[in-house]
Write a protein that binds this ligand. Structure first.
Ligand code: HOZ
Length: 430
């Protein structure tokens, strides 16, 4: 497969951009190679600047549940752009998106729009601290909540991909109030809460871990942490940047029927443009300035183009049968991959919730970050390149989720399973 144009684009980008990329996991260094530079996307496919076509399971890391360049989204954004790209003053579009979100997500009575998931989690935690008057926070090993200083301890996503335990440039003092516990371990939460009575402002977690591969919660886990946080006046924050409008219209909280106090959103609610959001009960959200004294602001927050893309995407997702369709496509893919690893006797753990899925190269059952860390990343590297060479684009990391979108066809899924089977046949366990 020809990739000389991507290679020279990367050589040039490295002269001007750290690592040649604007977000670390886009760099292919952990799979040993150079990234493909993308020219365009259409439906389930992306095309690189060398003219190669790929079936895309990255989907811009989750937002593109309708696929690339969906005609409704393109038309709506174009019309919005012709009316002006930013005003720094309220528009009725922002209220329209907020209303959709409030009606869809059970925990959200009021919502503030921001520009990224990072802004959403950082702001939600500030509000939780303002509301409770407490400083400490609890996070889960392997959950990733953006690049907020005190949330990079034991984070997933690029931090895990590049084998870092945390980030440089974060003074120890900043992370002093961050306590980290394992996923799927309610006892660890009880112990931490007992040792820090009346000091913990919030517990933040991805209800389905999505930055360490895909790790679903055990039955009852979310209910138990809901009980513990409620009993102890701790704000429970679900980071649904990935799962929001992905596993169900109302997110993982609807899927599992466990309602947190606050929720962070991003990705899908921006339909491929930069948006984040945080919201919760009015009782908590009234602390946000200018109603309350917890400050948070943004020049481009509620940007009309981004909000338009979000409204259009969510309106499409509100149609009947959408999540059943996603489930059908993703289960066909997951079953095909599981059959292929079995056929070729490959040690593998397959994980899937709705249209999010992951194949870990490990004989272990993955239930938390330590389990995910047992995966054979060298084997993943070989799998990744085998797929890419066959026109299948997955994230260049064992710890980033795969996403199925509404535009993946049966043909795409069959082609993916066949390619995977061929690649896996060459990786057979000895
Ligand atoms: N934080 C994203 C992965 N979980 C990566 C975003 C990107 O590189 O675009």
């Amino acid at each position: 497969m020809q990739s000389s144009r991507s290679l020279s684009a990367w050589n040039k980008s490295q002269q001007y951009i750290p690592g040649g990329v604007n977000s670390p996991v886009r760099n292919f260094s952990k799979v040993e190679g150079h990234p493909r530079f993308i020219d365009r996307g259409q439906g389930s496919k992306i095309y690189d600047i060398d003219g190669n076509e790929y079936i895309d399971y990255v989907a811009s890391w989750g937002p593109l549940v309708l696929g690339h360049a969906h005609p409704d989204v393109v038309t709506a954004i174009s019309a919005a752009a012709s009316r002006g790209t930013s005003f720094g003053a309220p528009t009725t579009l922002e209220t329209e998106l907020a209303e959709i979100v409030v009606n869809a997500v059970p925990s959200i009575e009021k919502v503030r729009l921001v520009n990224s998931g990072t802004e959403a989690t950082m702001s939600a935690i500030r509000v939780a601290r303002g509301y409770t008057g407490r400083d400490k926070i609890v996070k889960i090993d392997g959950c990733y909540h953006g690049h907020v200083d005190y949330l990079l301890a034991k984070a997933g996503s690029g931090v895990a991909t590049f084998g870092l335990s945390d980030s440089g440039g974060v003074p120890e003092d900043f992370a002093r109030n961050t306590l980290t516990i394992p996923f799927n371990d309610p006892k660890a939460l009880r112990t931490t809460v007992e040792a820090n009575q009346d000091e913990i402002a919030c517990l933040i977690l991805e209800p389905i871990m999505g930055n360490m591969g895909i790790i679903p919660p055990h039955d009852g886990y979310l209910n138990e942490i809901r009980e513990i946080t409620e009993e102890n006046g701790i704000v429970l924050i679900f980071d649904e940047v990935i799962t929001g409008f992905r596993v169900a219209y109302g997110g993982a909280q609807t899927y599992f029927d466990v309602i947190p106090d606050m929720t962070c959103l991003g990705k899908i609610i921006g339909g491929g443009l930069p948006v984040g959001a945080y919201g919760g009960k009015h009782e908590i959200m009234k602390y946000v300035a200018p109603e309350g004294d917890v400050y948070q602001a943004g020049t481009l927050s509620g940007n009309p183009l981004a909000v338009t893309a979000g409204i259009t995407t969510l309106n499409n997702l509100a149609e009947q049968g959408v999540y059943e369709k996603l489930e059908e496509k993703a289960s066909a893919l997951a079953e095909g991959l599981a059959a292929a690893t079995k056929k070729h006797n490959i040690d593998a753990w397959h994980s899937r919730v709705g249209s999010m899925l992951m194949l870990y190269f490990t004989p272990e059952t993955v239930t938390n970050a330590d389990g995910a860390r047992t995966a054979d990343t060298d084997r993943f590297r070989q799998y990744f390149w085998g797929l890419l060479e066959n026109g299948i684009y997955i994230a260049p990391s064992q710890f980033e989720a795969g996403f199925v979108s509404l535009v993946h066809t049966d043909e795409d899924i069959n082609a993916t399973v066949n390619a995977a089977s061929e690649v896996l046949s060459k990786l057979q366990n000895s």
